[in-house]
Design a protein around this ligand. Structure first.
Ligand SMILES: Cc1ncc(COP(=O)(O)O)c(C=O)c1O
Length: 401
C-alpha cells in the first residue's frame, strides 16, 4: 500500500530532481476536498487550531473552506490576520495568556477567549474594561475520569490546560462585569482513532459540565470540545468516520442543550495533506540491525521523539526487493533523533529518498530546526495541480548570528 496518490508521487519525483535537502509538500487540492464535508453540516462550528500548521497557504485554504481560527499566541494571531481573516472569526485558547498578550488581542479586534485560570479571567476583565469592551469567555475545565488512558494531552494527569470543577466553583461571575461567560471548553485527549472511545469520553463529560455550569450560573450557550480527532499513522489503523462522529456530536448537543457546539481541529483537518521527502545519507549494518541515516530527523519532524509514534515512510523509487526493518536515524548527535523503525525495501541505500506521509500537522513548526546547524527545509504546495515553492530551503547561515 502507498500513502501517496499517483499525482503526489509524480510531484515528489519531479521535486527531488531539483532538491538536495529534505523538504515538505502540502497538497492543498487534497486538503480542500477533505475539509468540504467537515464544514458542510449544521452540528458543530469548526475552528482551525493554527498550531497544527501555520503556513499561510494552509490558512487561506481553510479560510476559503469556511473554517474559523483558534490561535494560541500573538504570532499565530498576526499570521492569521495577515492572511485576511477578520478578528471576529478568531478564538484565543492557551494556558499562557499574559496581560500583554491579551491587550494585543484586544487591540487587534479579538473578542472571544477561552480562560484557563482565575488570573486569566481577571486579566481578561481588566483589559476589556480598559478598552471599554465586552468579551465572550469560555472557561476551560479539566476533568478526571475512571479508567482513563494516558495521553500526550494529559488525559487524567495534572496539566496547565484549564482548572478542575472544584477550582472553578470559587469564581463569582458577577465580579467580572466586562465578561459574558458563554460556555465551557474541555479538551484532554489527542489523536483519538476510535469513535466509540471518543463518544464515551464526550458522553462522560456531559453531566459534570452541565452541573458546573449550573453551579456557576452560566447559561451554557456554547460547549467547545477542543480537538483530539486522530489520523492513522500506520497501515493497520483505520480512519475516523466523520458521519458517525457527527451523530455522536448531535447527541451531545442535545444532551447538553447548548445553542452551539464548537471544535478546534488541527491534526484531523490538515494532517493527511502533507508529506516530507528525506534523502538517505547512508545504510549500515550494526549489531545485526539495518540502519538508515537520513538527512532530516527531529530537526524537521520532532513528533516521533515526543510520542514514540513514527510517521509512515516508504521508498520513493519502485523496488522489487523484499522488505526489511530499518532503524531510521536523523543527523543530530542525540539518540532521540530517530524517526522510527519501519519496513522498507532491503536495497534502500544512499542516494534514495524516503517519503514520510501524514506530515501536514505537527511537522516542521513543532520541531527543533537549529540544533547542529542544518538547513531549514523547503515547503512546497500543490494547488490546482500546480506546484509552487512556499519557502525555499535556507542554509544555517540564514539564522546563525
Ligand atoms: C486548545 C486546543 N484546541 C485544539 C487543538 C488541536 O488539537 P488536534 O490537533 O488534536 O485537533 C489543540 C492542540 O494542542 C489545543 O491545544
Amino acid at each position: 500500500m502507498s500513502w501517496l496518490s499517483t499525482s503526489q508521487r509524480a510531484v515528489a519525483q519531479s521535486l527531488v530532481q531539483q532538491q538536495d535537502t529534505p523538504f515538505f509538500c502540502y497538497d492543498l487540492d487534497k486538503l480542500s476536498a477533505h475539509v468540504k464535508p467537515l464544514v458542510d453540516q449544521q452540528v458543530v462550528k469548526l475552528w482551525y487550531a493554527v498550531k497544527a500548521n501555520p503556513l499561510s497557504h494552509i490558512i487561506k485554504t481553510l479560510d476559503h473552506a469556511g473554517f474559523n481560527f483558534d490561535v494560541a499566541s500573538s504570532g499565530e494571531l498576526d499570521q492569521v490576520l495577515s492572511q485576511g481573516v477578520t478578528p471576529a472569526r478568531v478564538l484565543n485558547t492557551g494556558p499562557a495568556k499574559s496581560l500583554k498578550q491579551i491587550r494585543h488581542f484586544a487591540n487587534q479586534g479579538v473578542r472571544i477567549f477561552v480562560a484557563e485560570s482565575h488570573n486569566q479571567v481577571a486579566w481578561l476583565n481588566q483589559v476589556a474594561c480598559e478598552f471599554d469592551l465586552q468579551f465572550d469567555v469560555l472557561l476551560r475545565v479539566q476533568l478526571r475520569f475512571d479508567k482513563a488512558q494516558h495521553n500526550p494531552l494529559g488525559g487524567n494527569t495534572l496539566t496547565p490546560f484549564g482548572l478542575g470543577s472544584e477550582q472553578w466553583q470559587a469564581l463569582t461571575l458577577s465580579d467580572y462585569t466586562h465578561l459574558d461567560f458563554v460556555g465551557l471548553h474541555i479538551f484532554q485527549w489527542g489523536n483519538m482513532l476510535c469513535s466509540d472511545t471518543l463518544a464515551e469520553l464526550w458522553q462522560a463529560m456531559v453531566s459534570p459540565l452541565v452541573q458546573l455550569a449550573s453551579e456557576l450560573g452560566i447559561a451554557l450557550k456554547v460547549l467547545d470540545l477542543g480537538g483530539g480527532l486522530g489520523i492513522p499513522y500506520d497501515a493497520h489503523s483505520t480512519a475516523l468516520n466523520w458521519t458517525k462522529l457527527l451523530d455522536t456530536l448531535a447527541s451531545i448537543k442535545s444532551a447538553t442543550q447548548v445553542d452551539e457546539l464548537w471544535m478546534e481541529l488541527g491534526r484531523y483537518a490538515v494532517g493527511e495533506c502533507g508529506f516530507y521527502l528525506n534523502p538517505v545519507v547512508e545504510q549500515k549494518q550494526n549489531y545485526g540491525a539495518h540502519q538508515l541515516i537520513v538527512a532530516g530527523g527531529v530537526n524537521h519532524l520532532l513528533r516521533p521523539a515526543v510520542t514514540g509514534q513514527a510517521f509512515p515512510a516508504e521508498l520513493l523509487r519502485q523496488s522489487d526487493a523484499n522488505t526489511a526493518d530499518f532503524h531510521i536515524h536523523g543527523p543530530l548527535c542525540t539518540a532521540l533523533d530517530k524517526l522510527g523503525t519501519l519496513a522498507l525495501p532491503s536495497d534502500s541505500a544512499d542516494g534514495d529518498w524516503l517519503v514520510f506521509s501524514q506530515c501536514g500537522a505537527y511537522g516542521y513548526t513543532e520541531s527543533m530546526p537549529f540544533f547542529l546547524c542544518h538547513e531549514l527545509p523547503a515547503e512546497f504546495v500543490i494547488s490546482g495541480g500546480e506546484v509552487t515553492c512556499a519557502r525555499a530551503a535556507q542554509p544555517a547561515s540564514s539564522y546563525l548570528r
